[in-house]
Design a protein around this ligand. Structure first.
Ligand code: ADP
Length: 426
């Protein structure tokens, strides 16, 4: 099996977003959790997204991890590798976007790299090299105060230059609007001038389609899900994709087994979804204070679920209203509370799988990450969307056999999300 498009994502949620975008745009896509074992058997896919956690680690660590992901992808035939970054260009002057981009380009034998974080669907656009978030330049948006990587400069040519060894160029919107031929001609002149990376403007999806078509003729590109969309559409247009739009049906082939929902998100949407679920499913509200006190609450939850689960799906929730959350956080500290509850919900999840759960919905980004880590799931095939941004996932290479999952960030999904998700999993 040959991968047409490889991607290395600098964080897990970004990887999921890209994998979903590629799928929606016609590529059969697998997302891995970390660099996969060489023995991982992939189904027939067009694209693989390797999820790493390298956005905010030291640049040398990011480069090393990305390089080994690149080798894995190239060994499986990936002709083009997209380095998936955040659509807000989340990084510092020390990296990691510049150093990883240069390392991936060097590994592919040099050449020019198109770089754009534009993703119009989420309001991220680039004009004359300046990144806008909604209606505001990056440095005036709320991202200017990001806790890890504050962004004080909207001019991405300058930002990337500070992170790069080499000179960075700009492909402006006028050139892009003139089509792929004009962009290629501009790239040629940049190559002659020794430029190895260019920031590309993009405001509309058609700009990303143009960039995707041009990028496919290069080895490496750097961008957000928007560039992924452009690459996917260009691949489909090129006729190289055999699976076409029928990609997702196979991902939701029935897996049987029992079903459950585990919730750790305390977002307003999830709290409301839990209230609605109570009308049709047994819901256990964990006592967060007891969860922090010791293992008894976990054991009680597993026993509660064990008594009910053969009759139908059950819901186990740590989620609580903001007052409870802030009281616990002030007693035990924000990070310690979150981490302890994630550990508890991941243990409960693993025990439920041990007892035969094969269809699983998890609410909460961190909660999902902890659950997937504990279950040691190596990869997912992306299925159809349940709600915008939340697809059904089918495990790949899972020790317990195939499972169907829905991993939802707190605020995603309508009020009947849990029943809607379970209705798509058989
Ligand atoms: P979201 O996607 O809504 O941000 P996350 O799972 O990423 O959800 O984050 C929710 C965090 O809140 C997790 O760290 C989780 O362990 C923690 N948490 C869950 N229930 C409680 C609670 N009752 N009190 C305090 N923290 C909680």
């Amino acid at each position: 099996m040959v991968i047409l498009l490889g991607s290395i994502a600098d964080d897990y949620t970004g990887a999921s977003d890209l994998a979903n975008t590629l799928t929606k745009n016609g590529l059969r896509t697998v997302q891995t959790v970390g660099i996969p074992d060489p023995s991982l058997a992939l189904p027939d896919v067009d694209a693989v997204v390797v999820s790493l956690k390298i956005r905010s680690v030291p640049a040398s660590d990011a480069v090393a991890a990305a390089a080994s992901a690149e080798r894995w992808l190239r060994q499986r035939g990936a002709g083009h590798v997209l380095y998936k970054i955040c659509s807000t260009f989340d990084s510092t002057d020390a990296g990691n976007i510049g150093p990883v981009t240069e390392a991936l380009s060097d590994a592919a034998g040099g050449g020019i790299v198109l770089v754009t974080p534009a993703f119009p669907e989420t309001g991220r656009t680039v004009y004359l090299g300046h990144l806008f978030v909604g209606g505001q330049p990056l440095n005036e948006s709320p991202l200017k105060d990001h806790p890890l990587n504050p962004m004080h400069d909207a001019n991405l040519v300058r930002v990337l230059t500070r992170q790069s060894r080499n000179v960075v160029g700009l492909i402006d919107l006028t050139t892009i609007a003139a089509g792929p031929g004009a962009v290629k001609a501009r790239l040629d002149s940049f190559r002659t001038a020794g430029i190895t990376a260019v920031i590309a403007d993009a405001i509309f999806e058609r700009d990303l389609e143009t960039l995707g078509e041009v990028a496919l003729e290069t080895s490496v590109s750097t961008g957000a899900s928007g560039l992924g969309l452009g690459l996917a559409r260009a691949l489909v247009r090129s006729g190289r994709i055999s699976s076409g739009g029928a990609t997702t049906a196979d991902a939701i082939r029935p897996v049987g087994g029992l079903s459950a929902v585990v919730a750790g998100s305390c977002s307003k949407a999830t709290l409301h979804q839990l209230d609605i679920a109570e009308r049709s499913m047994p819901v256990l509200r964990l006592d967060p204070e007891q969860l922090l006190a010791g293992p008894d609450e976990i054991a009680a939850a597993i026993s509660w679920a064990g008594d009910r689960i053969s009759a139908g799906p059950v819901v186990v929730a740590a989620s609580a209203a903001p007052e409870t959350v802030s009281r616990l956080q002030s007693l035990y500290g924000r990070e310690a509370t979150g981490h302890a509850i994630e550990t508890a919900t991941s243990i409960i999840t693993a025990e439920l799988v041990e007892r035969g759960v094969r269809r699983l919905v998890v609410a909460g980004g961190e909660t999902s990450g902890a659950a997937v880590d504990r279950l040691a799931i190596p990869a997912f095939l992306i299925g159809p969307e349940i709600a915008p941004g939340v697809p059904v996932l089918r495990t790949v290479g899972n020790a317990q056999g195939d499972m169907l999952l829905a991993l939802k960030s707190g605020n995603f999904g309508g009020e009947d999300f849990f029943t809607a998700a379970l209705a798509m999993m058989h």
